[in-house]
Design a protein around this ligand. Sequence first.
Ligand code: SF4
Ligand code: SF4
Length: 447
Amino acid sequence: MAENGREGGLSAPTRHPLNQNDPEFWDESALNKELERVYDICHGCRRCVSLCNAFPTLFDLVDESPTMEVDGVKVADYTKVVDQCYLCDLCYLTKCPYVPPHEWNVDFPHLMLRAKAVKFKKGETRFRDNLITSTDLIGKLASQPVLNTLVNAGNNNGTIRKLLDKSLGIHKDASLPTYSRKPARKQLANLAYDAMSAPARQTDDPVDRVTLFTTCYCNYNEPSIADSVVKILKHNNVVVDLAEREHCCGMPKLELGDLKAVTLLKERNIPALYAKVKQGNTIVAAVPSCVLMFKQELPLMFPDDEQVQAVAKAFNDPFEYLYKLHKQGKLNTEFKTSLGNVSYHVACHQRVQNIGPKTRQVLELIPDTTVHNIERCSGHDGTYGVKSETFEFANKIAKPIVRQIKEKSPDYYGSDCPVAGKHIENNLESDQKAIHPLDLLCIAYGL
Ligand code: SF4
Ligand code: SF4
């Protein structure tokens, strides 16, 4: 029997391009046929039941149908499964034995993405979802002087939050991010000069050159994380600069199925990043979802775009990059402060990058530091944790992480995904705040 016909074959999983330019991608009856085929395989397998709420939704639909098979589920109900998927990719990477090259060719997340794209094209997406995925627009507005005060005050005002819940469907108890008055790209504007002149201005003996993609979240909500990346890199004699322009990576719009917006954002971001790649720079970003977008999703959407492929190759998770420096003997390992016990949540979008436990490996270079990895989905996943209809599910998904942190009573806890870190913090109900691993590294270096 050919290896690619075997469950759990030895070949490495591969991912096929999304094929969004093929008319069949958008054909609803072809989509429903494929959903039925894959739902049927999942019904017979059920390995993913504990990963998220998409699979329990599917299995409940099947078990409550007249035939107790997928053919008994109403086609109109297929979307109930799709609506519970936030494209974390974990089912593809950690569970599914039927991913390509297996002949059953199951790519559950990308099938969900196709269904979301078709739904979006039909205009069935809520205004709220279009709004909260417009991270560039919201960030730009919410960092303006007067609006900044109003937005931050409104996000913490019970009456306004009840109104938002009723009118928009943003849960009144969901923690919304605070907006900074001075975005990271403004704070770090001195880095945005021609990289050719950078070495002399930052360090006399540079070991490498990195372009920081600040990300919407670090740019508008937590500029301190972008600042930590810069401090750490400079401390390691790495020249850092910013791309000339930066827009949202497109992941929020991808999760909504708005592929036109993803394409537009790609066209805005890639030329500026490619210019840095041509200069020999590595690119890093401190949010795993944004890194994954450039490393995996855009290359699968635009397989023939050479600039997209070159940017993907140059993109690194920050700890992946730091560990590479360490392997080359170039990482500064003179730490001033140990971290003790650290509970560290491994973000799904970092796990699926297949880079290994690089954050833990770097943090454990710090003397008297033990890192306890928690490999569970946090449940926040961008917008899932703030929507009124999914807020409770998001909290339920976070519970096993919260339990593990409580059991360990760590000196520090946090996640590479700052949004997941905040979500865990809110569910922990303690005064101890989540700290991003890059901030932990700054503490250890004494920066
Ligand atoms: S991609 Fe994530 S959220 Fe979507 S079905 Fe798979 S495990 Fe669930
Ligand atoms: S995605 Fe794969 S592993 Fe998960 S339930 Fe479906 S067939 Fe099974």
